[in-house]
Write a protein that binds this ligand. Sequence first.
Ligand code: URA
Length: 425
Amino acid sequence: MNIIDIIVKKKNKEELSKEEIEYAINGYLEGSIKDYQMSSLLMAIVLNGMNLEETYYLTKTMLESGDKCDLSEIEGFVIDKHSTGGVGDKTTLILGPILASMGLKMAKMSGRGLGHTGGTIDKLESIKGFKVELSRDEFIKEVNEIGMSVISQSGNIVPADKKLYQLRDVTGTTESIPLIASSIMSKKIASGSKNIIIDLKVGNGALMKTLDSARCLANYMVEIGKRFDRSVICVLTNMSEPLGKNIGNGLEVIESIDYLNGLQSRDLKELITTLVCTAMKVSKNMSEEEAIKLMNEKVSSGEALDKFRQFVEYQGGDIESIDISNKMLQINSSKEGFLKSINTLKLGEIVRNLGAGRISKDDNIDYGVGIVLNKKVGDLIMPGEELLKIYYNKKDIRIDELLSCFEVVEEPVARQDVIIEVIGG
Ligand code: URA
């Protein structure tokens, strides 16, 4: 067997065998297969796909590339929520503390940015001192004491995904159903999650651009979950506009704190409410009304925010010290009308290029840069009115490029719903 034949086979749209998948992944991990060969295979997979059987073997091989974590020492019901990635997606930072305050446990391994989408670990590192690596015992202890912990893919958990994820991030090979399904499911299974809720983003700012591709990804993940005896629920959600208002690592942490303080964007609230209701239904068979009532109590009493504080402190972070650039430019609209659409992919790329994400594997992140939106789809906007603020450090800002992301029309436009449908469970 050799890697060139495997690449050519996938290039020719043929099915790879279990042995070929194992050969490619294990060879890449130990170094006999090089970055340039794996990049080529990844691109062939992006272009020609993999069927469910191949994706299952890919998941299994990745899962077996490292250690498995046993969460049985965690007391209570453990829920894991994972997002397929979007722009402005700070959901974990809000959902974790809310669920912890409602008595559930969230023990989570999160990722860094991928392509134009942000990653929870990069966001958390915008908090001064925050440690994203904990020992297994510290991780379990934190979840038992506080109710939540978010750490990076540390130790030897799915090292194959760690290496492939970094390569995909900088080779334009992020948007692929088998690569996303295997990346997410191998991590969830290896990290011991039994109850998995996937926030599967769909739209121009997501890795899945169409509803059909999102449904296919959902079905792959639900099916793979079944083969490993895991419950997987996929909530398909709109990513045709950024989630909430802030995009960029530090800015998203600030918006999460604002949310827990009661300052909540409509779309973010819709998403958080649905995820909370889903988690409470799965864990305690709680009705929607009860779940919403309890959630509102925990937020308004400050208990959810307290959980966030305890979590940040436990992991060494200083909540008062979040990196935000002091260079800011306000961009106003030159048009009058209703905001019809936002080119979310482009906006995500602009923020990544400012330094919030990586172009090369070892790029450093600029945690303080990003965008704060003042208008969302459906809003009325007047000439001279603020459209957004951009926080930057080094880069020149191209105002024309930014403005081209916003389509303004004369006729009123409906606001976009966030929840599209639920698959699995
Ligand atoms: N999240 C992951 O963990 N992997 C992907 O491929 C996409 C989103």
